[in-house]
Design a protein around this ligand. Sequence first.
Ligand code: TIU
Length: 219
Amino acid sequence: MTIDAEPYAFEFEPTKCALLIIDMQRDFLEPGGFGEMLGNDVSQLRRTIAPNQRLLAAWRAAGLQVLHTREGHRPDLTDLPPAKKIRGRSATCIGDAGPMGRILVRGEAGHDIIAELYPLPTEPVIDKPGKGAFFATDLHAILQNRGITQLVVTGVTTEVCVNTTVREANDRGYDCLVPADCVGSYFPEFQEMGLKMIKAQGGIFGWVSDSEKILAALS
Ligand code: TIU
């Protein structure tokens, strides 16, 4: 089964392909959250919610594997590198009180996944301290235990956590397909370049497609 994609068709093996939804967290996506507090336009990310909902529903209906990630830290911040905490010189940083609880701290409301894409109890949630979903997590072990060799990677943000995760996955031997309408950036130019960087040079990190083409293959 193939999915129309760039730079060329993706050989889709459904039982070996997991849907990995990156950081669709309230603090990044909801008006009044940490992302908006930093001056970002959350509407650039919110346009990904509906296509992700359609893809997730189809994935679940087909009985395929779904995993979710969240960026965040332990409440005592022992896994927060000092460099990450002070970067940006913002008046408010990770661990401080934010609009929806302590910013990017596990267990706080803003750290959790938006209601529209809330994980089922059977879907692993990977809590990650970094941008990449493989760094300091058990994601690789879970995927290997489940026989996964392909990933459809969606979520936010395109050039930060999605790109970092796709690069990490590539070096671990996974084929990654990124549906452009299911990933978002606060910056339109980074959205465009973040996707170009994945598919350039014959698919240096993976493939780029869109959710309609994946849904067509699934049906
Ligand atoms: N999930 C993710 O991309 N985390 C970020 O920090 N993104 C930003 O764009 N800052």
